[in-house]
Design a binder for this molecule. Structure first.
Ligand SMILES: [Zn+2]
Length: 293
């Protein structure tokens, strides 16, 4: 009996993952998903924003500050997407590890080549993202560089795990390159869409389609009746392939436009987990491409 117990214990211990070495806090679900791929069992992860929430409009909550207080590594999207809450969370945490400039402060956008960087920032142009379009998580090439950056950041904070993080990155990269073949085979070149928000520009760049109009007249500004009227008129001549909306934005206006023009409404996942069956970044991208098809 003793021997059996011993054997069971041995199996339990050898198959139990190593204790997490670093506490990771990520703002957005996609960041959490990529971090899990790279960190595996060596990290504890807390994701602050829920998949159904509008990432532009989050409020810093005490629970978020508490999570940040324990973080060794704080991962965020950057390009000012979370400007309304990340500074409050980081400052409020009083955690020296994750203050700007520290190794535990990880701005994912540092590894990205942003598009639509404005030449000058004029707030009359709406809630413009002053460092470029922040919605780069739809672009595999950008995500690959972010993932590599994450592996290096984790390796620096947890040197005994360095080879594990790099191996996880290699696995992630191989899977991404494989899936990318299927994504790039979706015939989107030359297609055109209308979108609620400037969210799908990286996809348009990567796949050669156009976004011919926005329901928002300016980013972050809801449409007026006259803007909707002129959009309907232009849609009737341009005949776009779909109207792209997300679960938190545009369903009312999108349904109205679709009814007036006959153009189909496409509900896009805006982040990992925002639609059923999009539980990791790969499944999210599968769904994005499936919906555009
Ligand atoms: Zn935006």
């Amino acid at each position: 009996m003793k021997r059996i117990i011993l054997a069971v214990l041995l199996i339990l211990f050898t198959s139990t993952p190593v204790f997490a070495e670093i506490n990771v806090v990520a703002t957005l679900p996609w960041i959490g998903s990529v971090a899990k791929e790279i960190g595996g069992d060596r990290i504890n992860i807390v994701v602050l924003v829920k998949p159904g929430q509008d990432p532009h409009m989050i409020e810093a909550k005490p629970s978020m500050i508490l999570a940040a207080r324990k973080a060794d590594l704080f991962l965020f999207n950057g390009l000012d997407l979370e400007i309304g809450y990340v500074p409050l969370i980081v400052e409020g945490s009083r955690n020296p590890n994750i203050q700007p400039g520290r190794p535990g402060s990880f701005d994912c956008s540092r590894f990205v080549s942003p598009i639509e960087v404005p030449v000058s920032v004029d707030r009359s142009l709406g809630d413009v993202h002053p460092f470029g379009n922040p919605h780069y998580h739809f672009s595999p090439a950008e995500i690959l560089r972010v993932a590599r950056g994450m592996a290096e950041a984790m390796a620096a904070l947890d040197p005994p795990g360095a080879s594990a993080y790099r191996a996880n990155y290699e696995r992630f990269a191989a899977k991404l390159r494989e899936r990318e073949k299927a994504w790039s085979a979706v015939p989107l070149r030359g297609k055109s869409y209308i979108a609620y928000h400037k969210m799908f520009e990286y996809l348009a760049r990567d796949h050669g389609f156009r976004i011919d109009g926005y329901v928002e007249p300016k980013p972050g500004i809801p449409p007026s009746a006259s803007h909707i009227e002129s959009l309907i008129a232009s849609m009737k001549t341009k005949k776009p392939d779909g109207i792209l909306i997300t679960s938190y934005q545009g369903s009312r206006e999108g349904a109205f436009l679709s009814e007036k023009t006959g153009v189909k409404l496409i509900l896009m996942p805006h982040d990992v987990g925002s639609q059923k069956g999009t539980d990791d970044w790969f499944a999210f991208m599968d769904r994005v491409m499936e919906n555009l098809r």
